[in-house]
Design a protein around this ligand. Structure first.
Ligand code: SF4
Length: 335
């Protein structure tokens, strides 16, 4: 069943070209954010109302203002950006999440596996990634995600990421009845990846270990291609340099941190990677329909995600498979 979704090589090449153009457009915003010192504020207080807001990252020394060409020969100036929220609430998950920019590291992305290319007659999933299109490409949203990325890199470097994230997640637990989400579940990287960084993975390991028995964390990753024991498989996607420390960091995570290896091409079977949890795939509609639907009644080792109708989310579908059935492989529908 898997491996049947071939496309014309021209389609593969066109996807790669469009992806490269999207990344190029984003590069021009890098300099605006890179020049700034950034600080996490766990309980920001509104100076006028005294209201305590949610954790955010602020550009130290004043708001960020960007100038960029509008693609029609003109120059635009953005409205001032005073802060970037640390968390997002994805409507599909009904769980708080932390997101980083997707795509090429050279364009401010956090997905080194997106540099690869894959087989010429398959759709390479990173080239068609939802998190590099639409609203994710709007200048303001690009800036907010780059602020989160740049803060993350510097906070991992000076070891303040884990304590800052722990203190920030505690503020979520202080509001257990927040209608936006179920705070027993946390999604790491609704967009983005682990940057191929063992230090960053270990920072999340520390965060998850702090919340054992209170929160289950779930992250998808394509960084499994850098595991030394996956080198042979990874080679069909391009030139990959193995990173044993990254593999060790993921394998030493606590039990409440689910890391699922994601497939790189549409229609490929979920990757099986020693030391990681059940893999995920992006399936054509016919493959998707062939598996049982995820949820408490699902049987077998693989199931298909039910949350594709506009009004359906993990909570309304009664499904928390991605968090609570770590060994089960999960298929998402190509869209
Ligand atoms: S499989 Fe279940 S838990 Fe995972 S995303 Fe879909 S609905 Fe949510």
């Amino acid at each position: 069943m898997f491996g049947q979704s071939r496309v014309a090589p021209e389609e593969h090449a066109r996807e790669a070209e469009v992806f490269a153009r999207r990344m190029e457009r984003r590069e021009k915003f890098l300099a605006f954010v890179a020049a700034r010192d950034l600080a996490l504020v766990v309980r920001p207080v509104d100076p006028y109302t005294g209201h305590v807001h949610e954790p955010c990252i602020v550009p130290v020394g004043g708001p960020l203002v960007m100038q960029y060409d509008d693609g029609e020969g003109g120059i635009r100036t953005s409205s001032p950006i005073w802060s970037a929220g640390l968390f997002s609430d994805t409507t599909k998950m009904k769980a708080p999440s932390f997101s980083l920019p997707a795509g090429l590291p050279s364009a401010g992305g956090t997905c080194p596996a997106s540099k690869l290319d894959g087989e010429p007659d398959k759709v390479f999933i990173c080239h068609d990634c939802y998190a590099t299109k639409g609203g994710y490409q709007w200048p303001r949203n690009v800036a907010l995600s780059l602020i989160r990325r740049d803060w993350t890199i510097s906070a991992v470097r000076d070891s303040s990421f884990a304590p800052g994230m722990i203190a920030s997640i505690e503020t979520i637990l202080e509001r257990p009845h927040d209608p936006r989400w179920d705070s027993r579940y946390f999604r790491v990287h609704d967009s983005g990846d682990f940057m191929g960084s063992a230090a960053y993975v270990r920072a999340w390991n520390t965060v998850a270990a702090h919340f054992v028995k209170r929160i289950i964390f779930w992250a998808p990753t394509r960084d499994w291609v850098f595991f030394p024991d996956q080198a042979q498989t990874a080679r069909k996607y391009g030139n990959v340099r193995p990173n044993p420390d990254l593999a060790a960091a993921m394998r030493e995570r606590p039990a409440n941190f689910v890391i699922r290896p994601s497939a790189l091409q549409v229609g490929d079977a979920p990757p099986v990677v020693h030391g990681l949890d059940g893999g995920t795939s992006v399936d054509t509609p016919s493959i998707h329909a062939a598996f049982t639907t995820c949820g408490p009644a699902a049987k077998g080792h693989q199931c298909s995600c039910p949350a594709y109708e506009r009004s359906v989310n993990c909570q309304s579908a009664g499904c928390r498979t991605c968090w609570i059935f770590p060994k089960r492989q999960v298929g998402y529908k190509q869209h």
